[in-house]
Design a protein around this ligand. Structure first.
Ligand code: NAI
Length: 326
């Protein structure tokens, strides 16, 4: 099968080349959108990532160039107009689970770094500054952690936090019986917001969850709450989060995803003028930590992403049932 691969990063090439045996892949660094869709010409499939724009216009153009399947090499598919794909007779597949541990452990990394300020300590010590002033953190043991969304990643995260001796509260539209048995209490969202010291978002981006964290929900939180988002940027209204940081309602913000990440993340813009004033304001806070969507970036996850994506495409080519159809 001929596959046009969009938003290619060096690690994508490395892992897909390592595991691909039967497909002919053309790697494009370009993000897929209305301007770049013509690159897909002559291919049967496209392989896309989180910030590729698969709206109705792009999907119609893909159908016209003969593309028959969209293979998302990620779990989320909020960037794909699934209805438009169906109308144009294009199948959509994804990688529903590659390593929930990778993302859950990254959420822990954000918490640990924000709390114990190891990023600041590292820089200080390298410059010969051995002072401990302003590096005080808090014990995670005994703190209350609210997990919003207890699917594959949220479940791993809840177990990690239980292992650290935290009290774990959860909110989801479906309670996970295993977590309840492990001591996690499911409560209404408002109670989670009011009681938690740390809140971590692990639900998908949907119409119901867009801007779930906004001025109203931020006002329900305790002063000094730590908010972690490794899920999707638009779960948080970033302007409201900035106001909450200024007021001290949020004591820490750790994000691996950002609502306007499409133009920024995965690119080296160190020599560019960044026009996004919101992210620049966020970067000015000493208690904000931003990573550029790297939660998935482990050897285990990249291996699984490549193997499952290639298998999805082979199944389609051989007319087999698509296990990971959206
Ligand atoms: P999942 O589908 O296993 O779990 C999502 C959970 O959210 C489910 O339990 C579902 O019932 C719950 N949920 C849905 N709507 C909800 C609502 N309105 N309120 C509360 N809970 C709700 O998904 P998984 O694999 O755990 O992934 C979670 C999210 O993590 C993905 O949607 C994706 O956006 C993000 N992600 C981020 C990555 C990164 O690199 N930072 C990598 C992979 C996923």
């Amino acid at each position: 099968m001929k596959i046009a691969f969009f938003s290619t990063q060096p690690y994508d090439k490395e892992y897909f080349k390592r595991y691909n045996q039967q497909h002919q892949i053309t790697f494009f660094e370009a993000q897929l959108n209305e301007q770049t869709v013509n690159l897909a010409k002559g291919n049967d499939a496209i392989c896309a990532f989180v910030n590729d724009r698969l709206n109705a216009e792009v999907i119609k153009a893909l159908a016209e160039t003969g593309v028959k399947i969209i293979a998302q090499r990620c779990a989320g598919f909020n960037n794909v107009d699934v209805g438009a794909a169906r109308e144009n007779n294009i199948a959509v597949v994804r990688v529903p689970a590659y390593s929930p541990h990778a993302v859950a452990e990254h959420a822990l990394a954000l918490i640990m770094t924000l709390n114990r300020k190891t990023h600041k300590a590292y820089n200080r010590v390298r410059e010969g500054n051995f002072s401990l002033d302003r590096l005080t953190g808090f014990d995670l043991y005994g703190k209350t952690v609210g997990v919003i969304g207890t699917g594959k990643i949220g479940q791993c995260f809840a177990h990690i936090m239980l292992g650290l001796g935290c009290k774990v509260l959860a909110f989801d539209i479906i309670a996970n019986k295993d977590l309840e048995a492990a001591g996690v209490a499911y409560l209404p969202l408002m109670d989670i917001l009011q009681q938690s010291n740390i809140i971590s978002l692990h639900c998908p981006l949907t119409e119901q969850t867009k801007h779930l964290i906004n001025s109203t929900t931020l006002d329900m939180m305790k002063d000094g709450t730590m908010l972690i988002n490794t899920s999707r940027g638009a779960l948080i209204d970033t302007r409201d989060a900035i106001e909450a940081l200024k007021r001290g309602r949020l004591g820490y913000l750790g994000i691996d995803v950002y609502e306007q990440e499409e133009k920024l993340f995965f690119h080296d813009l160190s020599e560019n003028i960044i026009e996004d004033d919101i992210i620049m304001r966020l970067l000015s806070f000493p208690n904000v930590l931003i990573t550029s969507h790297q939660g998935f970036l482990t050897d285990e996850a990249l291996t699984q992403i490549a193997l499952v994506t290639l298998q999805n495409l082979s199944d389609f080519e051989q007319g087999k049932k698509l296990q990971n159809a959206v």
